[in-house]
Design a protein around this ligand. Structure first.
Ligand SMILES: Cc1cc2nc3c(=O)[nH]c(=O)nc-3n(C[C@H](O)[C@H](O)[C@H](O)COP(=O)(O)O)c2cc1C
Length: 454
């Protein structure tokens, strides 16, 4: 009999709604971004839905637009480790992923913080290592000087290597309690790590944690970022959520793995995805339209336009046509967020052409160009679409970004998860205690880097 290929399983993560326009805070059902109850609600909902992990993004400086703190998005986030360690106490299986910057943090401190989270959670820690894209954020850290893009990835690679050297310094069978000899712990050997940006010598302070290393996530999109992911990451959180673009990205990064001695399954690709549900396809489409107008208020539409045009457009009517004046190259008009319009003139021309052809106002156009609602439909339709993306190798699953805090995942878990289970592409129970178990990743063993589990 021919061997039957196992159906690819969908991996899901729950993104705590972020500091951006996708999060609707004007809705009466919208709750606090900071109260612990909000984190607990979303995490427990995700765990009820048997998700792989809960995900926190990071912002180290409040965003600014035209020289002032941007007041159209929700503002501020509590410290990542504090939130995740607290969530470890109120969940049992859910992975706990934190975005933590490699440009401003020290490897020893990061190794200690992630090993602590992995110990306290029983093997559920994950680290989304980001480099940050601008000098503006770094000013908070008073290092003096700006680390250019390529150097940031050199540093990111070295930070991850250094943390692994620290974690590896304790072998998995390190003696903790030897009652006969009356010895409490065998000291770890000295760690020496030298690289372009680090020279570390000392002993690591914690025994090896349940997962060995936290699950490594990566989120940058440049060539340097993709190489970093191919060399070191277990998961990529990507922005390539559309089918064909997703397939191109998926092939690109999976093709890079072989040169690092890694298999295609060693790296999971999870794009960010929004979703809107309804009892019928028409109702879902109507809900999606309403939510998009909540996400892009008239002021938000003008702020997005100003980001591309690089100038004050507050005199323009959001319900009117696009400006006839040309953009200026002013990358600093918005600070603290990734800039998508690398060539403002080309973007402005494309937007004007589209607005004219489809008779779109400024606000309509921004709604169309910034929407992140990949999955709109009945629960069955959404489940079928998610499964289709995964079976067609556009993704291994998704990081779902609800638009409401903290209840935005409730309906998905109640109505879409059972449909995915019925399709045979989603677990019906957790099969292991650690996040590596959920993701089907091997546990790194001391001294066996590069050896794959069967
Ligand atoms: C989907 C996605 C999510 C990201 N989330 C964060 C974040 O929460 N915090 C942060 O500081 N940077 C975040 N970044 C920025 C990247 O980690 C990276 O620092 C930046 O994009 C520059 O690297 P690149 O040129 O390789 O894209 C994100 C990037 C992507 C593509």
């Amino acid at each position: 009999m021919p061997e039957q290929r196992l159906r690819k399983q969908v991996h899901l993560a729950a993104h705590f709604p972020g500091v951006n326009h996708h999060t609707v805070w004007t809705d009466p059902g919208s709750g606090s971004q900071i109260d612990f109850d909000s984190f607990v609600h979303l995490a427990r909902t995700a765990e009820r839905g048997l998700f792989d992990f809960f995900f926190l993004a990071e912002g180290l400086r409040l965003r600014e637009h035209r020289g002032r703190i941007h007041d159209l998005d929700v503002v501020g986030r509590p410290d990542t480790f504090t939130v995740l360690n607290a969530l470890a106490a109120v969940t049992t299986h859910l992975g706990l992923a934190g975005t933590i910057n490699t440009t401003y943090n020290e490897p020893f401190e990061l190794a200690r913080q992630f090993a602590s989270l992995d110990h306290l959670s029983g093997g559920r820690a994950a680290w989304n290592a980001v480099t940050s894209s601008d000098a503006f954020t770094g000013e908070n850290f008073r290092r003096g000087g700006y680390l250019e893009h390529a150097k940031r990835y050199t540093r990111a690679n070295e930070v991850v290597e250094a943390t692994r050297a620290l974690w590896d310094s304790w072998s998995a069978d390190a003696l903790l309690v030897d009652r006969e000899r009356g010895v409490f712990a065998r000291p770890a050997p000295e760690v020496r790590f030298s690289s372009e940006q680090f020279d570390i010598r000392g002993e690591f302070v914690l025994p090896r944690s349940p997962q060995g290393y936290p699950v490594q996530i990566q989120a940058g999109d440049s060539d340097d970022g993709r190489e970093f992911a191919a060399a070191k990451a277990d998961v990529i959180f990507s922005a390539h959520g559309e089918l064909e673009d997703g397939q191109r990205f998926y092939t690109d990064v999976k093709d890079r793995l072989a040169k690092y001695g890694r298999a295609r399954d060693d790296l999971k690709i999870l794009p960010a995805a929004g979703f809107v549900l309804g009892d019928t396809a028409e109702e879902a489409a109507e809900n999606a339209r309403r939510i998009r107008r909540q996400q892009v208020s008239p002021q938000t539409a003008i702020a997005f336009l100003e980001q591309v045009w690089g100038r004050d457009l507050s005199a323009y009517d959001p319900d009117g046509p696009l400006p006839e004046i040309d953009p200026v190259d002013n990358a600093d008009i918005t600070r603290g967020r990734v800039r998508h319009a690398k060539d403002p003139r080309a973007v402005a021309d494309a937007w004007r052409a589209r607005a004219e052809a489809e008779r779109l106002s400024i606000r309509d156009l921004i709604i169309e160009t910034t929407a992140r609602q990949q999955f709109v439909g009945t629960p069955r339709e959404v489940a079928v679409a998610i499964d289709h993306y995964v079976q067609s190798d556009a993704a291994d699953g998704f990081v779902l970004v609800p638009h409401l805090t903290p209840t935005g995942l409730d309906e998905f878990v109640e109505r879409v998860i059972p449909e995915l289970q019925e399709l045979g592409s989603f677990r019906t129970e957790y099969t292991g205690p650690t996040l590596r178990d959920h993701l089907g990743l091997r546990h790194p063993q001391h001294g066996t880097e590069g050896v794959r589990a069967s």
